[in-house]
Design a protein around this ligand. Structure first.
Ligand code: ADP
Ligand code: MG
Length: 583
């Protein structure tokens, strides 16, 4: 059992730091397991007396006490068993709970760029599968190590006390077993490391299917998805079988070797000198001990694979925990800003990508103004809107809010100033009211809530619902239409009263009809704020103070609607195109 790399040693140390607060549980568990094992050893040891004194010498007094002792000892054994199981599960579940909580918290604090690069399924499986795996594998390793270890040691002591010669033979095979173990467990480590990954694949693939269910149906992608999942599913199964068969081979090998020594013991016992020193009770006890040693020895040889499995899972969890959270080094607490925005020399590429998505972008928005960003998709509009609340770190250039570099501000206070309403409305599985007030920290009266709901035209549909604003809307608001969801998002932004508002294609998921219906809600939202409106339909931005036209990460035209039309450039072309379309 010596295949631990320095990596798994340090992982183990780190895991131990999680175990520390629950030390008492582990100590109780270990004591319980040792007690349990020792009672078993005591029973084996008693075989000799039972046979030699009880049966051979027909000792009546022995037969009187034996049944009473048996029942008593089994009762105590049961208590030990309960103590060890309970304490171990108490400590183990506490560790899993702590790790899960920490993972959950940490994942929330990781930058958007991290989440861009890691699938939801992969991360969920870290919280669910890997965390549980640490407990299962490590508890199993601990149980085998302590319980079976104590049992083996006890049996060895019993055997040696009866006949050291016979017992010594048995020990000769120990180095051979150890050799096989080290070879086999190396392979285990490799396979179990790969097992971790494929389980994540199974989850993320299933998740992708569930999320994209409608798309798959409408594009008839069932066969492709089925095949893709089938391959991953089968690879997972394949590795599982490999793991099990390696285990089975190692177990069979070890048992065969052990049986050879058992045969040798029987042969040696037939020598006259030996037969003289052995009573029937002694011989039975030694032989029984040897047979009973096989199972725990087998388990002890696989303890490393369990341990490694736990360490692999722990390492996977620690990798996430070691990811750097969002940089929040700014110290300036923004409070009630006016809303002057200045973007200076902003050049940006997404972390891990070479392509420059923004190239030297400059513009200013005065407090209370509305500017519009237009341009083909992929021109960098959303990127600008993600950089304002600093979802990504700005490397080149600056964004100033009321003259303060956003880098110097605390993330929480910066984001408090900015409300983003985008095409993808995220709603929580809760009531309409709670969705509107999500994240709102100020004092909230029912009147205020209703006022906001009315302004955002949420009341229009909520009023006809049985429970009004307290209606549950299902996971991500599945029970609502696109326009209704969008209106809840608007109400949420209205309530927040952030000085800066970003509308990123907020209406592009809606048809013209519903868009017209909620236009009033938008007009309400735009009042008294600095607004950055990114819109697909040019009709919604004609009223903007300044329109910025973007192409391939650069601002190629700027001016009012009339000015840009007069320029007869990119904007004018876009406008004609849409106007033609509409007609
Ligand atoms: P727009 O909103 O104008 O359609 P985006 O700002 O979303 O454009 O995208 C600009 C460019 O950045 C595109 O080429 C897109 O492929 C790339 N991009 C967008 N988001 C990411 C991301 N999370 N990681 C890497 N590249 C991205
Ligand atoms: Mg976009």
């Amino acid at each position: 059992m010596t295949t631990q790399t320095p990596g798994s040693v340090s992982t183990f140390r780190r895991l131990m730091s999680y175990a520390k607060p629950y030390r008492s549980g582990f100590i109780m568990a270990i004591l319980g397991m040792i007690g349990y094992a020792l009672i078993d050893v005591y029973f084996i040891n008693e075989f000799e007396t039972f046979i030699d004194r009880g049966i051979t010498q027909k000792d009546q007094q022995y037969f009187f006490w034996a049944p009473i002792v048996v029942v008593l000892l089994f009762a105590i054994r049961g208590v030990f068993n309960f103590i060890s199981s309970y304490s171990l599960s108490w400590a183990g579940t506490h560790i899993v709970k702590d790790l899960r909580q920490q993972l959950f918290r940490h994942m929330m604090r990781l930058p958007v760029s991290y989440h861009d690069q890691h699938s939801t399924g992969e991360l969920i499986s870290k919280i669910t599968y890997d965390a549980e795996q640490i407990k299962q594998a490590s508890s199993k390793a601990l149980v085998v190590l302590i319980h079976e270890g104590a049992f083996v040691l006890g049996l060895l002591v019993v055997m040696f006390s009866k006949s050291w010669q016979l017992s010594a033979i048995f020990l000769l095979i120990a180095p051979i077993i150890a050799l096989i173990v080290s070879v086999v467990s190396k392979r285990f480590r490799h396979i179990s490391n790969r097992m971790q990954g494929t389980m994540g694949n199974v989850t993320s693939n299933a998740e992708q299917m569930l999320i994209g269910h409608k798309v798959i149906l409408s594009f008839g992608g069932q066969a492709i998805e089925d095949k893709r999942f089938g391959e991953i599913n089968n690879r997972n199964r394949h590795l599982d079988v490999k793991l099990e068969s390696t285990k089975a081979i190692s177990v069979s090998l070890i048992q065969t070797i052990a049986s050879g020594s058992l045969a040798f013991v029987i042969y040696l016992a037939s020598f006259p000198e030996m037969l003289e020193t052995l009573t029937p009770g002694k011989f039975t006890t030694i032989l029984t001990s040897m047979l009973l040693l096989l199972k725990p020895l087998k388990q002890l040889t696989t303890v490393n694979s369990d341990f490694q499995k736990g360490m692999a899972a722990a390492a996977a969890v620690f990798t996430v925990l070691d990811e750097k959270p969002e940089q929040d080094t700014g110290t300036l607490e923004l409070n009630d800003v006016r809303g002057d925005i200045e973007v200076k020399g902003l050049t940006f590429q997404y972390p891990g990508h070479d392509k420059l998505v923004l190239k030297n972008v400059n513009f200013t928005v005065k407090a209370g103004q509305t500017i519009a960003l237009v341009g083909k998709s992929g021109s960098g509009k959303t990127t600008i809107s993600s950089l304002l609340p600093r979802f990504y770190e700005i490397e080149q250039g600056q964004i100033l809010l009321d003259g303060h570099d956003t880098k110097d501000c605390t993330l929480a206070s910066l984001r408090q100033q900015i409300a983003v309403v985008s095409q993808h409305v995220v709603l929580f599985n809760d009531t309409i009211a709670n969705n509107i007030s999500y994240g709102f920290t100020g004092e909230l009266t029912r009147e205020r809530l209703i006022d906001v709901a009315e302004k955002a035209h949420v009341m229009e549909f909520a009023a006809s619902m049985e429970q009004g604003l307290d209606t549950e809307i299902g996971e991500n608001g599945v029970t609502l239409s696109g326009g209704q969801r969008q209106r809840i998002a608007i109400a949420r932004a209205l309530l927040r009263q952030s000085p800066v508002l970003i509308l990123d294609e907020a209406t592009s998921a809606l048809d013209t009809e519903s868009e017209r219906k909620i236009q009033g809600a938008f007009d309400e939202l735009l009042k008294n704020r600095t607004n950055i409106v990114i819109a697909h339909r040019l009709s919604t931005i004609e009223k903007a103070d300044v329109i910025l036209v973007m192409a391939e990460g650069q601002i190629v035209e700027r001016g009012s609607h009339q000015e840009l039309l007069a320029q007869n450039g990119v904007y004018a072309n876009l406008y004609k195109l849409q106007f033609g379309e509409g007609a």
